[in-house]
Design a binder for this molecule. Structure first.
Ligand code: BDP
Length: 325
């Protein structure tokens, strides 16, 4: 056999080996506080399946649902150091890390959920993801999810701000939310999501606030909070981010794949979300939770100072949000 050919064959074999090494399958750890089957978890799992198929198994996903890797604050930290690759979290606890996102965390900043969706789907949503990516937070903003509207649930019925007097209400870890609750008439207590059930049971708090799917899956109504007052005071989009450490290791083509399927996950979650809000609302009612409809204007009015305080640094952005149809 001709020497040149042998060398060529050896070179090809070595090349193939090298490709096999660089293409070694890697597993992305994805995490969420919500249980398996929750819309947000399902949408990320489906994104993972698409990426796995598109890369022929070179990139695999493993979902860690139900807070098994910790609460959101801890998971944000793990994502920053690259121990978690994909994190779906509320935007609430991102605020202390990337203050720019707080414009979306303000009470009553969106008129309704349709308005919020129009904002996250459009240029403002993309700019906000890019701001997170460009910040020092070591996270890449991949996409948004719908977190519905958050309303109050308490052990005693609440209809107006005065009814909240003296009530301790659990809020997510971000001073903006404590200010919001204090302005709404109660005493805001910042606490991790995983501690709320026991805090309700032991009387450390008298209530909390969330959307119907979370109220149901976290069982908080079984810890005594069975009055659900439709304040709709926070319409916070949820987000999924990737660890910058892991993102920087992806090729440009893989990054483009992640972007493409992230957008699809954003759209898919919404369909699953709407269905789950309807399902869980029916389940909550069947379980004896009393839904209290109110005129939420007094709550809107009472939080004006919070919008003024936190919105002061984003006057232009707020105008653009308001102008979004
Ligand atoms: C739920 C969000 C979840 C938050 C939780 C909370 O989906 O990301 O952790 O609220 O209140 O609605 O902490």
């Amino acid at each position: 056999m001709n020497m040149r050919r042998t060398l060529l064959a050896a070179a090809i074999a070595a090349g193939a080996l090298a490709t096999t090494f660089t293409a070694a399958a890697q597993t992305m750890k994805a995490a969420d506080v919500h249980p398996a089957g929750y819309p947000n978890v399902v949408a990320i799992e489906n994104m993972g399946k698409k990426i796995e198929a598109a890369t022929k198994g070179r990139i695999k996903f493993q979902m860690f649902p139900g807070s098994v890797l910790g609460g959101e604050k801890e998971m944000i930290e793990q994502t920053q150091v690259g121990a978690i690759q994909i994190l779906r979290t509320s935007l609430g606890p991102i605020g202390p890390v990337v203050p720019d996102v707080n414009v979306f965390n303000m009470p009553f900043v969106f008129r309704n959920e349709a308005h919020m969706r129009a904002v996250i789907d459009g240029p403002i949503g993309t700019e906000m993801l890019d701001k997170i990516t460009a910040s020092s937070a070591k996270m890449v903003g991949l996409g948004w999810m719908d977190g519905g509207s958050r309303s109050l649930y308490t052990k005693k019925p609440v209809r107006k701000p005065e009814d909240l007097k003296g009530m301790k209400i659990r809020m997510m870890g971000n001073p903006l939310f404590v200010d919001t609750m204090n302005a709404m008439g109660g005493n805001g207590i910042s606490m991790g999501y995983g501690e709320v059930f026991t805090a309700l049971q032991t009387g450390v708090v008298d209530g909390a606030e969330n959307n119907p799917p979370t109220l149901f899956t976290a069982n908080h109504y079984q810890a005594g909070a069975k009055y659900y007052t439709q304040t709709n005071h926070l319409i916070i989009p949820e987000i999924f981010v990737m660890s910058k450490v892991s993102w920087d290791k992806l090729s440009k083509d893989d990054q483009a794949l992640f972007r493409k399927y992230a957008r699809e996950a954003q759209m898919e979650q919404r369909v699953l979300w709407d269905k789950s809000v309807a399902d869980y609302t029916a389940k909550l009612k069947a379980a004896g939770v009393e839904f209290i409809s109110i005129d939420n204007k007094p709550f809107y009015d009472s939080t004006a100072a919070v919008r003024a305080k936190y919105g002061a640094q984003f006057p232009e952005l707020i105008k653009r949000i308001e102008a979004t149809k």
